[in-house]
Design a protein around this ligand. Structure first.
Ligand code: BES
Ligand code: MN
Ligand code: ZN
Length: 486
């Protein structure tokens, strides 16, 4: 998908569609006024008739308007002008993009930028790319057909480029999540990461099964031993900062399919479990953007890749694994595998000299119970670091809510035979007991855990986003790296 700037007027641009905006109470953006004047007051007529009110999310199509070069105009409601934020800007561009992608359209021109701050324009450009891409990778007849060309009016080169970088990063993450588990498994995921690294200039290191054994990653290996596909651990490095400055570490859960293992999931709970590598996909997408934006910081991305399957070698209930850190873990539920994977990857992150850590994981169904489908759970051992992450998410319009890490929750993961066990007592507070388990492996480094079990994968579509992989938190991670001071 090609994005370019246009200097044409909204009325005369040759395009299949022009997208213009209207604030609350029918206040037209300048480009919408241009269209209205060329089309003999067509839009103001609709406002007077209360067909258009400018509410956020409102979409009005005007087909074959007279006096306009484009085939159709879409008028997007933007809500109150002074309340418009990045979430609103992203959706204002993504919703018309999704609507227009229902048919093959070569060129869509966006005229939403009304002297907006660069961060709003960047979010909107990212939205214009994201809305038109769907999850139907393997359908002959696609429901959503990306445009050949997108143009943006009044957008300078820097923001055109950074918006596009974010759009590509979100698309990469979504595609990785949407690919089924017979296409994306640990080796093929690692291959993608190597390709991405080569294209955008990241350093990359891939640990295969022998290396993982040599590195004593017994917890990750315990999960993978029931699968015929071998595990991988990938380390990506962006060295944009001072040599020797301790890096920010982004860690991702990459379970390419979660059957539950011997604690097997029912079919309904297993159907979408190709998405269990979304944390890893988010890290790879964000690393790509961080490299392309050439951010002046050191960042490492680490992803632990394995399937959670069942064969005769599969880990059994009651088995004790020795994690890379030396801690012993009693496995009492093989479906609590994400924390076993992350235990070793977090240990590697600490050893790699991380100053601070963020991990992302589709870790617990309990997080969906607690916060619903659209909100990520934040858990931390360092409030200031969590506030930084939370501020970045808020700026980007990505919903996240903190859950408490009271010490009482740790008692639940005490084991009678090993140092810890991999589940709590019963289901209550399951997201927090999982986070307490992870905390055991970060050696007091400032750390935030983001449970993205809800927002990473949508069961049903939104007006601005197809169902399936969402790319949630790619933009938040990039924002965090932009503000990073080690
Ligand atoms: N990958 C799942 C969590 C999940 C559930 C992600 C729904 C996305 C949507 C995870 O590995 C898991 O199975 N967790 C268990 C933990 C339990 C056994 C303590 C769960 O949530 O049921
Ligand atoms: Mn599981
Ligand atoms: Zn899982």
């Amino acid at each position: 998908m090609k994005i370019s700037a246009t200097n044409e007027s909204a009325a005369s641009v040759q395009a299949d569609a022009v997208v213009v905006g209207c604030y609350a109470d029918g206040e037209l953006q300048p480009a919408a006024t241009t269209i209205d004047q060329a089309a003999a007051g067509a839009i103001t007529g609709l406002i007077e008739a209360k067909e258009i009110v400018g509410k956020a999310g409102e979409l009005t199509r005007i087909l074959a308007p007279s006096g306009i070069a484009a085939t159709q105009v879409i008028l997007v409601g933007l809500g109150a002008r002074d309340e418009l934020d990045r979430r609103g800007a992203f959706r204002a561009a993504a919703a018309p993009a999704k609507l227009l992608a229902s048919k093959q359209r070569a060129h869509v021109a966006f005229y939403l930028n009304d002297n907006w701050d660069a961060d709003l324009v960047e979010a909107a450009i990212c939205g214009s790319m994201t809305g038109s891409q769907g999850q139907d990778l393997y359908r002959a007849e696609k429901k959503l057909l990306p445009f050949e060309k997108i143009s943006w009016a009044a957008a300078g080169e820097p923001v055109l480029s950074s918006g596009q970088t974010l759009g590509h990063a979100v698309a990469l993450t979504r595609r990785l999540v949407n690919e089924p588990a017979n296409k994306i498994y640990p080796e093929s995921f690692a291959d993608v990461a190597v390709d991405v690294a080569a294209k955008c200039g990241l350093e990359v290191e891939v640990w295969d099964e022998d290396k993982l054994k040599a590195e004593r990653c017994g917890s990750l290996l315990g999960v993978s031993q029931g699968s015929t596909r071998p595990p991988r651990l990938v380390i990506l490095r962006h060295n944009g900062g001072q040599r020797g400055d301790a890096p920010l570490a982004l860690v991702g859960k990459g379970v390419t399919f979660d059957s539950g293992g011997l604690s097997i999931k029912p079919s309904d709970g297993m159907k979408a479990m190709k998405c269990d590598m979304a944390g890893a996909a988010t890290v790879v997408g964000a690393m790509q953007a961080i490299a392309e934006l050439q951010l002046p910081v050191n960042v490492i991305g680490l992803v632990g890749l394995t399937e959670n399957m069942i064969n005769g070698d599969a880990v059994k209930l009651g088995d004790v694994l020795t994690a890379r850190s030396g801690k012993t873990i009693e496995v009492l539920n093989t479906d609590a595998e994400g924390r076993l994977v992350l235990a070793d990857v977090l240990d590697v992150a600490v050893e790699q000299g991380a100053a601070k850590i963020v991990d992302l994981a589709t870790l617990t169904g309990a997080c969906l119970v607690a916060l619903g489908m659209d909100t990520a759970g934040l858990m931390t051992n360092d409030q200031a670091w969590c506030d930084e992450l939370s501020d970045a998410a808020q700026l980007c319009g990505e919903a996240a809510w903190q859950l408490p890490m009271y010490p009482e929750f740790s008692e639940q993961i005490a084991s009678k035979v090993a140092d810890i066990k991999n589940i709590g007592e019963g289901r209550w507070g399951g997201s927090i007991t999982a986070a307490k388990f992870l905390e055991e492996f970060v050696q007091d480094k400032p750390w935030v855990h983001i449970d993205i079990a809800g927002p990473a994968f949508l069961d049903s579509p939104k007006p601005w986003l197809d169902a399936g992989g969402s790319g949630a938190f790619v933009r938040t991670l990039v924002e965090l790296a932009r503000g990073w001071r080690s």
